[in-house]
Design a protein around this ligand. Structure first.
Ligand SMILES: Cc1ncc(COP(=O)(O)O)c(C=O)c1O
Length: 418
């Protein structure tokens, strides 16, 4: 029987993590401990800079989820209601929801098809024609955006930068993992990200403003309920068992799907979020998830290196169809390996891969992902960003994670070449 290979499911799960989650689940008296959260901030600062300076200077704020981190990151920049925030198309609805939640207005910029990041010329046009307060720069699927160019435009047009590093923890520009030059950055340890503790986000304040201390004092974050905590820990455990049993027991697949439907686990993007009905989500990071993340932080570079090697191998065989960049300045980390196919071929190839137990991912097959998001709800006008729409219609994510072997990579290549 062929082993199933996923692009975006069970890619970071480990036995150690599942066991740790089980221990945490059985020790509820530890759920309110503050130390793991502080230790995690120190580990994060040490990973980026080599010491705990970010914590000493009060520049890291951990959150439970993206919506909270993004929204508070934008509020740190001091913008007012109805201010305009530039964001690239070919992104996730979570980003747009955080903008809409606080009555800011998203303005979409098209992408560059060779990097899947914001197109700098299109950004300049937007900045010339409208008064923009903040530019949200995303390093799409781990490909580093040209921050120097973008920052010089933002300086010229007097707007702030929020750097969304959801996909790019460990990526580097000119050998530096943390640039610390743009106003604020956010990082994710969510599911299927670089590494995962089910849910966790960090806001990193690069440039402290005059109201920094007052802002921190006024920040009131709620704790998630014990039920949510249990669902997160259960997810890590069931995740691992799924990985082990997926191909052995058909019944397990059914259980896993039913558990999702019964909301035994926290959903990645809820139905409300897909409909842009945003309930205020100002949640702090729960201690057990900090503890899970602490255990994972040591694997960032290992996972990134494996993703890069596999993407390189796929690129060397499939060339133009794979989005890959050979550069000494930009150290990309390839959270996903993007294969671009014509709209006609894509469903056929997806089916063929699935028939061979290879499950491709769907980031981002819509201009504002995931499927079911209504474009009018996110303020996007059809054909506003034609390149992003075309690329979304051609995108497939190939598996490239650390559990794959070279043999797996070449099996995918030979299937695709056929
Ligand atoms: C660019 C970007 N930012 C933010 C998010 C939200 O991340 P999370 O699922 O960890 O909440 C996503 C989701 O995938 C994303 O693609």
């Amino acid at each position: 029987m062929k082993r199933s290979i996923f692009a975006a499911f069970l890619t970071t799960v480990s036995r150690k993590q599942a066991f740790h989650a089980l221990c945490l689940l059985l020790q509820p008296w530890k759920w309110n401990a503050k130390q793991p959260i502080l230790d995690l901030q120190i580990a994060f600062s040490t990973y980026l800079l080599g010491d705990d300076a970010l914590v000493k200077e009060n520049r890291t704020v951990p959150f439970y989820n993206a919506r909270s981190a993004l929204k508070h990151g934008l509020s740190y920049l001091g913008i007012s209601d109805w201010d305009k925030v530039v964001v690239q198309a070919y992104t996730c609805v979570s980003v747009i929801n955080a903008i809409l939640a606080a009555w800011w207005v998203p303005c979409y910029v098209d992408i560059d098809e060779s990097t899947l990041n914001m197109n700098v010329e299109d950004l300049e046009k937007k900045l010339q024609s409208e008064k923009i307060s903040v530019v949200v720069v995303q390093h799409t699927l781990g490909m580093v955006a040209d921050m120097k160019l973008i920052a010089s435009l933002c300086q010229q047009y007097d707007c702030s930068i929020l750097e969304d590093c959801a996909h790019s923890l460990g990526a580097a520009y000119q050998w530096k993992k943390a640039w610390l030059r743009w106003d604020v950055s956010i990082f994710s340890f969510g599911r299927d990200k670089i590494i995962s503790s089910v849910n966790w986000w960090m806001l990193l304040i690069n440039q402290k403003n005059e109201t920094h201390n007052e802002w921190l004092d006024a920040l009131t974050l709620r704790s998630v309920s014990h039920l949510v905590m249990i669902r997160n820990l259960l997810y890590a455990i069931v995740w691992y068992i799924s990985y082990v049993l997926y191909d052995l027991a058909r019944i397990w697949k059914i259980f896993y799907r039913m558990a999702g439907k019964m909301k035994l686990f926290p959903t990645i993007v809820s139905l409300e979020e897909k409909q842009c009905i945003y309930t205020d989500l100002s949640f702090s990071l729960p201690s057990p998830l900090a503890s899970l993340a602490l255990q994972q932080i040591q694997y960032i570079d290992l996972h990134n290196a494996a993703r890069k090697v596999h993407t390189q191998q796929l690129y060397s065989c499939l060339w133009d169809n794979i989005v890959y960049r050979d550069s000494t300045d930009f150290f990309d980390v390839y959270l996903r390996c993007v294969l671009l196919l014509s709209e006609k071929k894509r469903p056929l190839v997806e089916k063929m891969l699935k028939d061979n137990n290879i499950f491709p991912g769907d980031w981002y097959q819509r201009v504002i992902a995931p499927h079911w998001v209504l474009l009018q709800d996110v303020g996007y006008t059809p054909w506003e960003c034609p390149v992003a729409e075309r690329i979304a219609s051609m995108t497939i994510n190939l598996p490239n994670h650390y559990k794959m072997t070279e043999k797996d990579v070449f099996m995918i290549v030979s299937l695709l070449k056929e």
